[in-house]
Each structure stands twice: as C-alpha cells, then as structure tokens.
Design a protein around this ligand. Structure first.
Ligand code: NAD
Ligand code: ZN
Length: 247
C-alpha cells in the first residue's frame, strides 16, 4: 500500500531524531488477544471486578480462577504479529527509539523491540505480595491456585497493574519523559480512554511532537491531536510503513 499518508508518515519518521511508539490493545488484536472495550471486548464477557486489587487481596482464589483462564490459558498462546515485528525492525534500523505500551502481553519484546516501557506491567512475571520475590509465570504450576511463594508462602500476583494500583516505576517516569523529548509519536490501536496512559500522547503533542496514528476507527486522539491518521489494521499499516522505510 502506498498512499500519500503513508509517504508523509514515513518521511516524518525518517527525519525524526526521537521516534516513539505508543501502543494499546489494538496492536495485539491480530495476534488473537481481544481488546477490553468495544463490541468484541473482554468486558462484554467478563465482569472486570476480579481485577480490582481489593477484590484480589480478599478473594485471591476466586480472582485467580478468572486470571488463569484469561491471561494464562488463553493469552499464553499468542504470537507477535506483523505490526510488533515491523516496530522491532524499525528500532533495529535506528528509526524508532522506544515503545510505550499499555499492553501486558510481552509481544513487543517477542517481536524484537528492546526499549519497551510497560506502563501496566507484564503478565509473564508473578510477584509475591509478601516478600516481593519475582517469578517467571511459565515456571509456576497454575494447577494449584492461588499460586504461592516458594520462599515465604505468600500469595503470588501477576505483575501487571490491577484496578486501584499505581503505575509501576520506572516505566511511568520514562514514558512521561518521552512525551517531553520525542519529535514523533506513533499511536497504534489505542482508544485514548485509559488514564493516565491516555494523557501521554497529548503531552507529546503539546511539547511539539508530530502525531501519527494507526487505528481501524477514529479514537479520542484522531480529531484532537493526530497529524496523520492511517486508518486500517495495525499489521497492514505498520507493514506499509516499514516497507517505505526499507526495513
Ligand atoms: P482498548 O481496548 O480501549 O481499545 C483498543 C483500540 O484498538 C480501539 O481504539 C480499536 O479501534 C483499536 N483496534 C482494534 N483492532 C485493531 C487493529 N486490528 N488494528 C488497529 N487498531 C485496532 O485499548 P487500550 O486503549 O489499549 O486500553 C485498554 C487497556 O486494557 C489497556 O490499558 C491495556 O493495559 C489493557 N489491555 C491489554 C491487552 C494486551 O495486553 N494485549 C488486551 C486488552 C486490554
Ligand atoms: Zn514470598
């Protein structure tokens, strides 16, 4: 695909000194992971209450039954798609400097990105609530839930943030710092509704960044801050961009 918008976006990326990706659930839809919101969203099927931190602390077993089903039995099979891979290739070619992601699925790293700020954490690690020991989720037997810490028998929690928890550091500060310094932001598959992550691209725009946005439909960003809107699937648009950038 070669449209004037793809050419314009590729040109800005080429000229940019600090180009930052900003991804939401939409980039992973074509890897088979549904978004939370919208007609095919997970919240039409599940009550998100099991991801409230207070509920988890009081009912770890009930919460873990759902967590295991959604994030481990199901997410666990997902592979990076052409959009994750194109972004990784752009970073290797020196065209992209970092990715801020709201996703917890580890697919940017599996797709070759190295500098990834995980604004909401990562499901592939589990953390002990008592002694803070960190475990690879793959090494833990989820046949027994809730899983317990080998060292102190505390309850293990996925290392992504639940509703009611703070954004992890240093991902939070590093992400906001990118908003100050980037000259190009590429927003991929985000509604712009989840705060505080949603505030990062508008801050980048205010600080002078050029905003490229990829989404199948207009988002909160499109008519407010987007300079070039590439309407379509993340895989198709990122592949087209990468081709124009010769990566
Ligand atoms: P969202 O669920 O609110 O919205 C997804 C966006 O992606 C929508 O704007 C939609 O139009 C767009 N989209 C859908 N399919 C697309 C495609 N093929 N190509 C391009 N765009 C597409 O996503 P959000 O704004 O990231 O917020 C949801 C929150 O839930 C995030 O904070 C994230 O932490 C979490 N979440 C993560 C995952 C994951 O790790 N993969 C999955 C679901 C939700
Ligand atoms: Zn422990």
């Amino acid at each position: 695909m070669s449209t004037p918008n793809i050419v314009k976006a590729a040109d800005r990326i080429k000229k940019g000194k600090r180009v930052v990706g900003f991804s939401g659930a939409g980039i992973s839809v074509e890897s088979g992971i549904p978004p939370f919101r919208g007609s095919n969203g997970l919240w039409n099927k599940y009550d998100p209450g099991f991801l409230e931190i207070d509920y988890f602390l009081n009912h770890p077993r009930e919460s873990w039954i759902r967590i295991k089903e959604i994030f481990y039995d199901f997410f666990g099979q997902a592979q990076p798609n052409a959009a994750h891979i194109a972004l990784g290739a752009m970073e290797r070619a020196g065209l992209v400097q970092a990715v801020i992601t709201q996703n917890i699925d580890n697919l940017h790293q599996q797709g070759g990105s190295q500098t990834v700020y995980e604004f909401h954490g990562n499901y592939q690690r589990l953390i002990c609530l008592d002694c803070h020991m960190s475990y690879e989720a793959a090494a833990i037997d989820l046949g027994k839930i809730p899983p317990l810490c080998d060292r102190c028998s505390g309850v293990l929690k996925p290392d992504f943030i639940f509703f009611g928890e703070a954004i992890p550091e240093p991902a939070r500060s590093l992400s906001f710092a990118e908003a100050d310094h980037a000259d190009v932001f590429i927003i991929i598959g985000s509604t712009g509704e989840v705060m505080p992550a949603a505030s990062i691209p508008p801050l980048a725009k205010q600080a002078g960044a050029f905003i490229i946005e990829i989404n199948i439909e207009p988002s909160n960003y499109t008519h407010r801050i987007t300079d070039v809107f590439l309407q379509g699937r993340a895989t198709v648009m990122m592949h087209a961009l990468a081709r124009h950038l010769n990566v």
